[in-house]
Design a protein around this ligand. Structure first.
Ligand code: ZN
Length: 157
C-alpha cells in the first residue's frame, strides 16, 4: 500500500490533469523561443530586484518622535507662544519668555538667548533656518535634540 497523504495532488484523480501533463510534454518538445537576454542582463535584473529601495530622504530616516517634532514646529501647530496665544488663547501674549520678540519657530531656532547654549551645542556655527528644518539627517537629528532640550512637547521627545 502506498503511504501518501490523501491531500497529495499526485494521487488525486483530477479530471484534465493527465491531459494537461500531455500538453505540457508536447509543448516542451516544440522549438522554444530564443532567449535573447544575456547573462549580464539577467544578473542586472535580479540585482535590481533584490536591491533595497532608494535611500529614504532624511526626514524619513528620523525616528517617529523626531518626525513629529519636525512636523509640528514649522507647521505652527506647536506650543510656542505665537500659536498658543493666537489660536488657543491659553497664554497672555505671543512674546517669548526672553522678552525680545514673538516666540516663533525662527526666533527659537535662530535667536532666542534663552536657548543659546543648546543651540551652540547642536549648531556650533551659524546655520540657516532652512538647513535646520530641511537639511540632511544630521541637521534634522540636531533639530530634534535641540527641541527636546527645552521640551516643547513631551509627546515628541
Ligand atoms: Zn526668546
Amino acid at each position: 500500500m502506498q503511504s501518501s497523504s490523501p491531500m497529495d495532488p499526485s494521487t488525486l484523480r483530477i479530471p484534465g490533469n493527465e491531459q494537461a501533463d500531455q500538453l505540457a510534454k508536447c509543448g516542451a518538445q516544440e522549438e522554444q523561443p530564443s532567449n535573447s537576454i544575456h547573462y549580464q542582463e539577467k544578473t542586472t535584473f535580479i540585482k535590481t530586484g533584490l536591491k533595497p529601495r532608494q535611500e529614504k530622504d532624511a526626514y524619513h530616516l528620523l525616528d517617529r518622535p523626531g518626525q513629529v517634532a519636525l512636523a509640528r514646529l514649522p507647521s505652527g501647530h506647536n506650543r510656542l507662544n505665537v500659536h498658543m496665544h493666537r489660536k488657543l488663547k491659553t497664554v497672555p501674549s505671543t512674546t517669548c519668555p526672553c522678552g525680545e520678540e514673538d516666540q516663533t519657530t525662527e526666533h527659537v531656532l535662530q535667536r532666542c538667548n534663552r536657548h543659546e547654549p543648546e543651540r551652540i551645542a547642536q549648531w556650533p556655527s551659524a546655520t540657516p533656518l532652512h538647513q535646520k528644518l530641511y537639511g540632511g539627517l544630521g541637521d534634522l537629528k540636531s533639530f530634534h535634540i535641540y527641541v527636546c532640550s527645552f521640551i516643547f512637547d513631551t509627546n515628541s521627545c
